[in-house]
Design a protein around this ligand. Structure first.
Ligand code: ADP
Ligand code: MG
Length: 578
């Protein structure tokens, strides 16, 4: 019921269109019901008059009917075009709402849901909803009126025949609804199967490098063959049931007409019905049956649209877990003093990843986190920009709890360079400019220069206009990383997080990038996670984090002297490098 009310809300901006659409539909319905009645009147009155009277009246009748059908044409045009346009506008509103909501949802949502599903909600679910939004009210109101109208007229014309008609129609409805339910199930199965096909294609093509490197093309083809075939089977089932549905329906109609003809013949023979009246009666049967079929088909459309809308509502009603507190203030004049005060954290209901962590970073200093993979280094960093909220203790910037300031101001104060760089589809200028909306070309070039990527960009035929992203120019890992660094130079935050920024690079690229990163870190409070310990020797404090918590902390020299875990890691790498 609540979902229904939410659904109605989307009609609100298009109230005018909606009412006009309904009026047009009513007019069409009235005209369709009127025609046999007009015919009836003519045969009973005018057509019994002398020839001259008929001939002189025909002009007026022709003109009147033509006018009626012109009105019907206008109404039909409006329903089909503007009714659908109204549905499409509602669909567009919902899509925008959903997209906006996706942007606001927290990482916890993205951890739990896959992007393929989110995409299908934005596309196919919403299309079903828009069809329902447009056809739903029209079908229900118009079809019901037509059925009632036609039935009343039929009853007036002949009661026993109409009751017989009603009985057979009820049997037909039961049959059709049964078939319809099965069809619905099979259509759902169709959808799941085509989704599986899509998923396989996407998976296999995205991983084509892995496929080829293992020479597994055959295996992939076989896996695809399986799900492709299973989709075909499902479609075959659906066509079979569609066949029996449609054939069954037309058989029932034939049966109805047979019964009407035979019983009508009987009533004519006993003098209770005129032959012409039987013809008109048959016309009304058509008007009576057609909307019944429309309603039966509508049940399926309704289920699809309604369950699509429920899925849509599920997302819309998911509240982002991270929100600005009502009295959140912007974080202004950031100095960059970071404190982790007795911080604990767990993902959902899982085991604690961090417990009782205390770190204090003076503005402008650098802290390095090292330790085995899975120790919680990335997690620790993600608490600072509030990608997740701590489950115990607090993270403070310049003495303010990060939960008490606006996310916008908090995240503007923090720059992040990760191992994986994502380039949006667009040109290089736009990708660097992402760091600062509205940045001028000069600022972008200056940032590129500081990230040591300007000279390279100049060698590209289209320079800063070169297209990047999936179908764009292929950039090496190091070049992508430089673009990411340029973004952060442009953003110019007080706080910097470098999460294994150079881990994916070869030694040589790493050495080059290292100097850019050092330049980037100058004057900013920095948390750096590094795989290669040679890069963090100069950090003000090095913290060794293992799944059991902080094991060691101190400067490079202190930790070496201590000859503990850090010294072990360091010596191991040092030997490895030589
Ligand atoms: P590190 O960066 O030190 O390699 P992470 O912070 O990535 O470690 O991971 C710490 C632990 O948290 C690991 O056990 C990992 O499986 C878990 N973890 C990381 N991210 C998530 C997540 N989004 N949801 C649930 N568990 C996670
Ligand atoms: Mg990590």
């Amino acid at each position: 019921m609540q979902a229904f009310r939410k659904f109605i809300r989307y009609y609100r901006p298009y109230r005018g269109l909606f009412y006009f659409d309904m009026i047009c539909a009513l007019a069409v319905c009235a005209i369709d019901l009127a025609f046999p009645q007009i015919l009836n009147l003519l045969t009973k009155n005018l057509f019994l008059q002398p020839a001259e009277t008929i001939l002189s009246a025909l002009w007026y009748i022709g003109a009147g009917l033509l006018a009626m059908y012109i009105v019907r044409y206008g109404c039909q045009y409006f329903i089909t075009s503007w009714g659908h346009i109204m549905g499409a506008r509602m669909e567009s509103d919902m899509r925008q709402d959903l997209f906006n909501h996706y942007q606001r949802l927290s990482f916890t949502y993205y951890d739990r849901n896959n992007t393929g599903e989110m995409m299908s909600k934005l596309v196919s679910d919403l299309f079903d909803i828009s069809e329902l939004a447009h056809h739903g009210p029209e079908n229900i109101v118009i079809s019901t009126l037509k059925i009632i109208g036609a039935f009343t007229i039929l009853m007036f014309m002949n009661v026993p025949m109409t009751l017989l008609l009603l009985a057979v129609t009820l049997i037909m409805v039961v049959f059709s609804l049964g078939k319809n339910r099965r069809m619905h199930r099979i259509f759902m199965d169709n959808r799941r199967k085509i989704a599986a096909v899509n998923a396989r294609v996407q998976d296999s093509l995205s991983g084509i490098r892995v496929v080829k490197s293992f020479a597994n093309e055959e295996v992939e083809c076989e896996k695809f063959d399986d799900c492709n075939r299973s989709f075909l089977d499902s479609k075959t089932d659906s066509y079979k049931i569609m066949g029996s549905f449609h054939a069954g329906n037309s058989f029932f109609q034939g049966l109805l007409y047979t019964l009407v003809l035979v019983s009508g013949g009987y009533f004519i023979a006993v003098g209770r019905l005129e032959p012409m009246a039987l013809a008109i009666y048959a016309l009304y049967i058509g008007i009576f049956l057609n909307p019944i079929e429309v309603l039966i088909n509508f049940t399926e459309q309704f289920q699809r649209g309604y369950s699509g809308f429920k899925r849509f509502m599920e997302v819309i009603q998911t509240r982002p877990e991270i929100t600005d507190s009502p009295d959140a203030k912007p974080l202004a004049h950031v100095e960059g003093h970071i404190v982790y005060d007795h911080v604990s954290f767990r993902y959902g209901n899982e085991a604690e990843v961090l417990s009782d962590i205390n770190i204090d970073i003076t503005p402008g200093k650098t802290v390095a986190l090292v330790g085995p993979s899975g120790g919680g280094k990335t997690t620790l960093c993600s608490l600072l920009p509030r990608f997740y909220d701590v489950t115990g203790g607090a993270v403070l910037i310049d003495g303010q709890d990060v939960r008490s300031v606006t996310q916008q101001s908090l995240r503007s104060a923090i720059g992040i360079v990760q191992q994986e760089v994502y380039l949006f589809s667009g040109n290089i200028r736009e990708n660097i400019g992402y760091g600062k909306p509205g940045a001028t070309d000069e600022e972008i070039v200056a940032a590129a220069k500081r990230a040591n990527i300007h000279d390279f960009i100049q060698t590209l035929p289209e320079g800063y206009d070169t297209f990047t992203g999936e179908r764009g120019v292929r950039l090496s890992g190091g070049q992508k990383q430089r673009i990411a660094i340029a973004r952060v130079f442009l953003k110019d935050p007080k706080i910097l997080i470098l999460d294994e920024a150079t881990s994916a690079l070869d030694n040589e690229s790493e050495r080059f990038i290292q100097s850019s990163l050092e330049e980037l870190a100058r004057g900013r409070t920095t948390i750096v996670i590094a795989h290669r310990l040679s890069t963090i020797r100069n950090a003000d404090e090095i913290i060794v984090i293992t799944p059991d918590g902080i094991r060691e902390r101190g400067s490079h020299a202190e930790l070496l002297k201590r000859d503990g875990l850090y010294a072990k890691y360091y010596n191991m790498q040092f030997e490895g490098l030589n």
